[in-house]
Design a protein around this ligand. Sequence first.
Ligand code: C2E
Ligand code: CA
Ligand code: CA
Length: 692
Amino acid sequence: MDSTRPTEATAADLDAFAGLDLLPDPTLVIDQDLCVVAANQACERLIRADVAEWIGRVPLELVHPDDLPIVLSSFTTISEKDYGTPIEVRIKDGDGTWRLMELVGATHPRGDGHIVVISMRDLTQRRQWELAAGSPELFRTVVEHATVLLALIDADGRIDSASGTWNRQLGHDLSYIVGSNIVDWVADGGRHVFAVDLAGAVAQPHTSVFEAALVHTDGRVIPYQFSVANLLDDPVVQGLIVSASDISARRALEVRLTHMATTDALTGLANRSALVDALVRRLGVPTALPESLVVYFVDLDRFKPVNDLHGHDTGDVVLSVLADRLRFVARDHDVIARLGGDQFVLVCDEVPNPAAAARVASRIESAIAEPIVVGTSTVQVFASVGYADGTAATSAEGLLAEADAAMYRVKQRRRGREMPTTLRVAQRRDLADDLARAVETDPAAAGLRMYYQPVVGLPDGQVVGAEALVRWQHRDLGLLGPHDFLAIAEDAGLDLALGRWILRTAIAEASTWAARLEIAVNLSAAQLADGSIVDMVFDALDREGLTPDRLCVEVTETTMLEGAGRGSLLPAVATLERFKAAGVRAAIDDFGTGYSSLVHVRELPADVLKIDRSFVSGMHTDAIDHGIVAAVVALAHAAGMTVVAEGVETDAQHDALAALGADLAQGYRYGRPIPASEFRRLWGGVPLRAAG
Ligand code: C2E
Ligand code: CA
Ligand code: CA
C-alpha cells in the first residue's frame, strides 16, 4: 500500500508548520488538491473558530462566490511558478462580514506534488478610507455600471426607486417596477420565504443576505443573492437598500465544483473526501446497532499486470467495469468510493448480522473475479476484501483504517497460502473414486492416516499437545496432503464420512498416549452444521476413555461465519456452544486471515485462538505483522483466550512470540507432523522437553 500519500503531513512538516504561528498575517498551507494542511493562529483570529476543522478540507465557502473563479484560476497557474501574483479576494470573517483580503501564494515541492503557502492581508480598512475620499459623481457612475439590481424599498417591500438593471436583466419596464411590491417579482414557491427574510432584514439594523429567485418576462427563473441594508433609521434614506446579483453562473460553478470535489472522475464513484463525509454523517447518527454499519475495504490483486500488459486504457476500462459491478452488489443507499489506484470502499448500513456481513464480502470478491472482456482480450483481477463495523471505531478515519487492516490480513493469507492442487482433472476423478472406496470400506487399509504435530508451551518449548493432520498414503501417487484431497472429498460428498473417521481415529490414537496431552482436530464447515457430530464425538470419547477436556476442535474464523449463515439457528455457533458446555475446547484456526475485525475476538465462542502462520513468518520483516501478532495476543488474553502461534520455524520467531506473551506454539522448529506410531514414541510417554 502507498504509505507516502503527498497530502499527509509528516512529523517534520508539523514542526515546520508550527512556525506559522509567529506570522501576524493569516497564513495557511494547502496541498495540490486545495486541502488545508496547516493554518496559523492569525487564521483562527480571522474566522474566530478552530482551524483544526479545516485540515484536510477545501474551505472555499470562506471565499466570496463571485471571487471563486479568480481564486481557482490563480491556483492553477501558481502550480507552475514559485510565487503567484497577488489577488484581491473577499473572505468571510468570524462575524460573517466580507473582508477584502490580498492573497499571495508561494509554491514548494513536496513528495510527488507540491504545497502552497498562502498569506492574506486585510485591505478592508484601507479601501474604506479610499472610498470615503471619493466623490458623489464617482459613486453615481459605479451605480450606473453596476451589474446588480439596485432598489430602495420601504419597510413593507414597496419599491421607491430601482436601477436600470431591473429592466436589462429581467425585461420589465421600470414603470411597472417602481411602486410595485418587491415580493411580487419573486418566483412561485419562494414568496413566503422571501417575505420572512425581508421581515428579518427590517427587524435588524445590519445588512441581511439571503437568496431568492426572480422571474424574467420570458418566464425564466433566475437565482439572485440579495443583500439588504437596513437604513430605515438613516435620516436621508429612510428605507432599505436592496442589491441583488445574478448567481446563475456561481450556482453552475458550485454544482461543477461539488461534483469535481466529491467524485472520482474515472468511475463516477465517490472519492475519498466524499466517502469520509458520508461516514462522518452516518457515525453522527446515534444508533442502537453500531455493528449494522459495515465498511468494506476492497483492494485489487493482479491489477498492475493488467496495466502493464494491456495498457492504461484497458486498465481504465477494467476499473469502470469493476465500479459497475460494485454498484450492482451494493444497495441504493450504500456509498461506493474509489480511493484512487485500485482500492475501493463500500459502506453498507443495516447489515443484520455478522453472517450477512461476510456474505457481502464474498459477493464482492466473486463479482470482481468474473473475467472481463476488453476488446480482444480477457482479463481477470481478484480482490482482497476486509471489513470492519461501527463497533470497531468511532471516527470515520478509524473505521477506514480498521477495514484496511482487515483487508491487509486477508492479503497476507493469500500470499502465504499454497496454490490450489495441481492434479489434472482426470487424476482428480480417479482420486474421487479411490477416496469413495477408501472411506466407505476401510480407510486405514486404503492408506488414510492421521499425522500428529506437537504443540508446545512458551517459552519453555515443552510439548503439551498435538494437532491431528490427515494424510493419504496413495498407492500410486505417494503421500498426499489435505490440500490434495479434502476438496475432492467435499465435492464427492465424502467429507462427513471422512471427518467422522478422522475424529474417531484421532481420539483413539490420543488415548494410547501415556502423557496427558491435548489432541486438536480440525473440523470442516459441513461437519459443524451436521447435527449428529456432538453425539458422535462423545460416543468416541466415552469408548476410548478420554475426558472431554483433552479434546480441542479447530474451526477457521471464516467457517464459523459461513456456518452461521446457513440457517437461522447459527448451527456452527450452536455446535461449538454444545461442545463447550460439555467441556470440549474450541479453537479459532488461521486467525487473522478471515474477514472479521480484531475487536470481535471476544464474541467468537472459542477458548483458543491460533494466529495464522503468515503473520508469524512476517513478524521479523514486517512491522505490521509484528503489530498484528502483538494486538491479537493482547485482545485474546483480554477475552480470556489461550493463544497458539502457528508455523514457528526459527529461534527468532520463538523468542519474539515468547516476548509477546503467546501461550503456545506449533511449527517445524518443534516438530513436523509425523505418523501416530512415531509421535507416540517421541512424545507420547512422560512429557519431555522439546529438542532445539
Ligand atoms: P492447519 O489447520 O492450519 O494446519 C497446519 C498446517 O501447517 C499443516 O499443513 C502443517 O503441516 C503446516 N505447518 C505446521 N508447522 C509449519 C511450519 O512451521 N511451517 C510451515 N510452512 N507449515 C507448517 P497440512 O497438514 O498440509 O494441513 C493443511 C490444512 O488442511 C490444515 O491447516 C487444515 O486446515 C486442513 N486439514 C488438515 N488435516 C485436516 C483434517 O483432519 N480435517 C480437516 N477438516 N481439515 C484438515
Ligand atoms: Ca488447524
Ligand atoms: Ca492453522
